[in-house]
Design a protein around this ligand. Structure first.
Ligand code: SAH
Ligand code: SF4
Ligand code: F3S
Length: 473
């Protein structure tokens, strides 16, 4: 067999699984990227290893995102291209026939459109939703057993959300899901339809999970994940603030982050945690979506700008090092020029460190998609540009204040920038910093390093190394 790299076949049930390659493409948010890692870990139990070459793959999986039209279109065009994978019987480098490729689509588009995808795209073998990823092994088994064209999009009906985090990369940074789903139903958003209802893991389970990751997998930095982590534990009388305080005590864990937060659910306890938890990062991503109270009402966001600004003030008081970032939607249906101006004003008032800004995109099934909308793409595009341009100026200014200060970063990767080799890491406040190694071949991968900032622009920060702490602090 062409892909047999000398490893032996694995017997699962009554089927042989020879060594095979899987190619995966992920769209969307960190939840999706984390799901991909989870899928990969299940597939390795069926003798799959990863490949970066789609043409090399036995199994092709798309993990899709439905949040905006652009993400949808990208996936459809990539899926379209896989048609040729199925039709070709080209020869491999070994001169043997390439065998049948299996193509699957999972994630948020597949959750709501699994059946349609299967019938519309001949090359698609199966589709699976967001709540069945732990059954991926079974689905792949079915596909190799010859079952064709199935779609699995059921919701997990069990009362508890209980998992163990799976990591595959040997990195000291781990994503840990603490809550799934979203009950907020913001009027523009598809996520509650693609991810289902909120369900939290138990606090004790998460603490044990993180302890295990720290003790046995060398994890030092943890990102707690959920569409709305501030709702964590509601159904169990537990809270995110409690969880943070428990995790803060784990020896060997250095940094703790969480995303994403909804302003409505930010409690005083959470503000307090930003003051007292020593490991909690100096960063809060708190999506505001708009600077206009009337737009926020139409978005069903449940807070006012005054409340939002009050919250970030409290956070900054609790931890003066704290930086705040946000998400903004430009051109929500029928947004007036005045409402748009209110968002521009908010940028001045809030002084965000960075923002993700998007043009509103109508999503089928959401309340906003049923609004009679007078705006067009040109207006949305122009407003988006105005928001981005204004923010870049503010950001350049804020980041200028970093110059001369020293930050501790965890080095994530190296790369060439204009022909110069640089290492890159992230500060506790989530800013990327690049630095040149003092000696050409010096390896800083996953080192904790203190860097003094030499220059900073809106988008990039350069530093020089002051101290190398090595891989553990
Ligand atoms: N759960 C998170 C993120 C959800 S999706 C939260 O509540 O903040 C990430 C971002 O995509 C949102 O914050 C929002 O800014 C943007 N978004 C969601 N739906 C959108 C739509 N229909 N059009 C444009 N942007 C959208
Ligand atoms: Fe979407 Fe709102 Fe839920 Fe965030 S809180 S995922 S924007 S519905
Ligand atoms: Fe996209 Fe689904 Fe995440 S719609 S943003 S991948 S939850």
């Amino acid at each position: 067999m062409e892909h047999n790299l000398g490893n032996s076949s694995l017997k699962v049930g009554d089927m042989e699984f020879p060594p095979r390659k899987v190619w995966m493409k992920t769209y969307g948010c960190q939840m999706n990227y984390h799901d991909t890692e989870r899928i990969m870990s299940h597939l390795s139990e069926l003798n799959f290893t990863k490949t970066d070459q789609q043409s090399d793959a036995d199994l092709v999986i798309f993990n899709t995102c439905a949040v905006r039209d652009l993400a949808n279109q990208k996936f459809y065009s990539h899926l379209g291209e896989t048609k040729k994978l199925k039709n070709i019987s080209s020869t491999s480098s070994l001169g043997e026939l390439k065998k049948n490729v299996i193509v699957a689509a999972g994630g948020c588009i597949a959750q709501t459109e699994g059946k349609e995808l299967i019938s519309k795209y001949k090359q698609l073998d199966f589709a699976f939703g967001t709540d069945v990823i732990d059954n991926i092994g079974e689905m792949v088994y079915r596909a190799y057993a010859g079952e064709k064209k199935f779609s699995v999009t059921s919701w997990d009906k069990s009362e508890n959300y209980s998992i163990e985090t799976k990591i595959t990369q040997g990195s000291p940074m781990a994503f840990v899901n603490i809550i799934k789903g979203c009950d907020k139903f913001c009027s523009y958003c598809i996520v509650p339809f693609t991810r289902g209802r909120e369900k939290s893991r138990r606090l004790e389970e998460v603490v044990k999970d993180v302890k295990r990751l720290v003790e046995y997998s060398g994890v030092q930095e943890v990102m707690l994940l959920g569409q709305n982590v501030n709702s964590f534990g509601k159904e169990n009388g537990e809270s995110l603030a409690q969880l943070i305080m428990e995790l803060d005590r784990i020896e060997g864990l250095q940094r703790l982050r969480y995303t994403t937060s909804h302003p409505y659910d930010v409690t005083d306890d959470l503000v307090e945690a930003h003051k007292s938890a020593k490991k909690l990062a100096n960063h809060l991503h708190l999506p505001v979506q708009s600077g206009s109270n009337t737009v926020l009402q139409r978005m069903l966001r449940e807070y006012t700008i005054e409340h939002y600004l009050g919250l970030i003030e409290k956070m900054r008081k609790a931890n003066p090092e704290m930086i705040i970032s946000t998400d903004i939607i430009a051109g929500f249906p029928n947004e007036t020029e005045e409402e748009h101006e209110a968002t521009l004003k908010l940028l001045d008032d809030a002084q965000f460190d960075f923002i993700y800004a998007y043009a509103y995109s109508s999503r089928k099934g959401t309340k906003a998609s049923r609004m009679n909308d007078v705006l067009n793409d040109d207006i949305r595009g122009r407003r988006l540009r105005e928001i981005q341009e204004k923010q870049l100026k503010i950001q350049a200014n804020i980041r200028q204040q970093m110059v001369g200060k020293t930050y501790r970063i965890l080095v994530e990767e190296k790369g060439l920038s204009k022909g110069v080799l640089k290492w890159t890491g992230r500060t506790s406040c989530s800013r990327l910093v690049h630095f040149e190694p003092p000696v050409a071949d010096q390896d800083f991968q996953w080192h904790w390093v203190d860097v003094e900032i030499l220059s900073a622009t809106a988008l990039s920060t350069q530093g020089k190394i002051i101290k190398d702490h090595g891989k553990t602090l």
